[in-house]
Design a protein around this ligand. Structure first.
Ligand SMILES: *[C@@H]1O[C@H](CO)[C@@H](O)[C@H](O)[C@H]1NC(C)=O
Ligand SMILES: *[C@@H]1O[C@H](CO)[C@@H](O)[C@H](O)[C@H]1NC(C)=O
Ligand SMILES: *[C@@H]1O[C@H](CO)[C@@H](O)[C@H](O)[C@H]1NC(C)=O
Ligand SMILES: *[C@@H]1O[C@H](CO)[C@@H](O)[C@H](O)[C@H]1NC(C)=O
Length: 302
């Protein structure tokens, strides 16, 4: 009798693990940038559905000192100081489906425009980046990195090599489990080069559709066809900018339905940003976050 109970408990345990893994594999992902404006935004106020593989993308970790001078691969966190290691731990313990990531670079640091630069020695840059990011990732209990370099010099071959090797190294040392890239309208070429060489270690493409000057559902579909042809159909996520550029309002959800009707699997959605949502004075604060997650749950049921 006793062995039987233990045996039963064992199988219950194994089945629970298998079900959890299946849920994670079939899971839809939701990604939201947070912390770029420096306003004291918190993760607590963002609605999180426990059926979604939810990613907060902390913005940004930057290879620069406070004046914007490059540091040869030594990254430091510059996201809102309200996003502490304790707050990441708290949201993750409340919601086991939450992951947190560090986005690298972004457009600017205060008034200094940030750009990719060719390191004098690629190996040194990769090694510095690995060590500094590992330390940030461990301090903040993060799960991954997002690549958001937005400005490139004319000769940028080393971008693909340095970033691709960095992601590979962080993954094969189990420092991170997830990596994403965030191309926009004018940076497709270097990101296509990176994806062509290192797509195997890149989980999702957070293409910034709101930079593509696309405002109608028909144009959104054409744009989605273009971007999925440049990258991987399964990895490109539709995206939305709160109070921003591109398609706005309910038309975004109409566009998502049209993508599905045209045979695309919507594996996730990216939103920029929690900072903007937190400062809307509408009664529908965080409406797009909530409705996007509802859309993803609806579409995973069919
Ligand atoms: C560098 O990136 C730009 C786009 O930002 C692209 O036009 C150019 O072809 C790239 N150069 C090399 C050498 O990869
Ligand atoms: C991990 O990735 C780095 C960078 O590509 C590579 O140099 C190293 O050999 C890899 N290590 C293992 C154990 O795969
Ligand atoms: C919030 O309200 C102020 C004052 O009524 C207005 O100027 C501003 O545009 C509003 N912002 C948003 C995001 O609705
Ligand atoms: C999700 O499905 C419910 C029930 O069919 C529907 O009422 C709701 O509008 C759907 N939500 C979205 C965002 O598609």
């Amino acid at each position: 009798m006793k062995t039987h109970t233990i045996f039963g408990g064992f199988w219950f345990f194994i089945i629970t693990i298998i079900l959890t893994l299946l849920q994670l594999c079939n899971g839809k992902v939701f990604m939201e940038y947070i912390g770029a404006t420096g306003k004291p935004v918190t993760m607590d106020e963002v609605p999180i559905d426990d059926g979604i593989d939810f990613h907060f993308i902390l913005s940004f970790a930057i290879d620069a000192d406070a004046s914007g001078n490059p540091q040869n691969g030594i990254f430091k966190p510059y996201w809102a100081s309200s996003l502490t290691p304790e707050s990441v731990a708290a949201v993750k313990s409340k919601h086991p489906n939450v992951k947190a990531m560090a986005s690298l670079s972004g457009w600017s640091l205060d008034s200094t425009t940030l750009r990719w630069y060719q390191p004098e020695n690629s190996q040194t840059w990769i090694s510095n980046a690995f060590k500094s990011l590992k330390s940030i990732i461990q301090t903040y209990n993060l799960d991954g990195i997002d690549i958001d370099y937005e400005n490139f010099p004319k000769h940028n071959e080393s971008f693909s090599y340095c970033i691709g090797e960095l992601i590979t190294y962080l993954k094969n040392q189990s420092v991170i489990s997830v990596a994403t890239i965030a191309p926009y309208r004018l940076t497709t070429i270097p990101y296509v080069q990176l994806f062509a060489a290192y797509g195997g270690v890149i989980d999702y493409v957070n293409h910034q559709f709101y930079t593509d000057k696309v405002r109608t559902t028909e144009a959104y579909l054409e744009d989605f066809q273009l971007r999925t042809a440049q990258f991987d159909k399964e990895k490109v996520l539709p995206s939305y900018e709160i109070d921003g550029r591109g398609i706005q309002g309910e038309a975004f959800f109409d566009a998502l339905h049209i993508l599905e009707e045209n045979g695309f699997d919507i594996n996730g959605i990216m939103i920029y940003s929690a900072d903007a949502s937190a400062s809307t004075n509408l009664t529908t604060k965080f409406y797009y976050e909530q409705k996007s997650q509802e859309f993803l749950l609806n579409s995973s049921r069919v």
